[in-house]
Design a protein. Structure first.
Length: 238
């Protein structure tokens, strides 16, 4: 079976009113963090639904994974068979990674849409904004001599660079219609978000890389891109 990522088709349903899905997930991720954003992402696909990426993997909070009764890949959905799954625990407390068997799809073709990957880009951008917010707060509480670290030219330059990256990513998202961005564009946005997060982590110094530090958010965000966006050409054979 070939799973294709085809921009013209809509993907896992994201029901709601008014607000573009990517804007909603951006706001939730920035204000409330990864768990509520990720739960919102799965919940908006339908009650008890767990969304799979092109390779049959899912990333979810432990709570959402425990209550999901169905799985969805592209436009296809089927009952969850827990006995056929492999469950992993990434180094983020409260997060689980699941590998679901795809045999139920052997007679169908699932379409992996750019519309949904665009929504995920909004979620990841919200996490990235939140990461920069945390970095600024972290530096603002630290002094070098009589001056805040935020006044150091190199630090100001790094913050400015990440801020520009964020604004450029958001400007592209603003152009997305109901079918999402062209696949190449949305893959590029995910790559740029990953790069911005890695730059932001340097603002935390060593504390950004220790267990339980800010790097946890960046790691989770990058993991979401690996699972749900896939290769740049948008096609995965499973």
């Amino acid at each position: 079976m070939t799973v294709r990522s085809t921009p013209p088709l809509s993907g896992p349903a994201l029901s709601g009113t008014g607000t573009d899905p990517w804007r909603l997930l951006f706001d939730v991720a920035r204000r409330n963090g990864w768990k509520e954003a990720l739960d919102t992402l799965h919940t908006r696909a339908g009650p008890g639904v767990l969304l799979l990426g092109p390779g049959g993997h899912a990333i979810a909070s432990a709570e959402a994974a425990a209550t999901a009764v169905r799985v969805r890949l592209g436009g296809l959905e089927w009952p969850r068979a827990r006995g056929t799954e492999s469950v992993y625990a990434p180094p983020v407390p409260g997060l689980v990674a699941i590998r679901s068997k795809l045999e139920p799809l052997s007679e169908g073709t699932a379409v992996w849409p750019a519309a949904w990957a665009t929504t995920l880009a909004g979620l990841r951008l919200g996490l990235s904004y939140g990461l920069l917010d945390a970095a600024v707060s972290h530096l603002g509480a630290r002094l070098a001599g009589d001056a805040s670290l935020l006044q150091h030219q190199m630090i100001k330059g790094t913050i400015a660079d990440v801020t520009v990256d964020h604004l450029e990513i958001r400007a592209v998202l603003e152009t997305a219609g109901t079918e999402g961005l062209p696949w190449d564009s949305v893959v590029d946005l995910h790559g740029r978000t990953t790069a911005a997060d890695r730059t932001t982590l340097r603002l935390f110094g060593a504390s950004g890389y220790v267990e339980g530090g800010a790097g946890r958010t960046a790691h989770l965000s990058e993991l979401l891109a690996d699972v749900y966006v896939g290769p740049a050409n948008g096609e995965v054979t499973v």
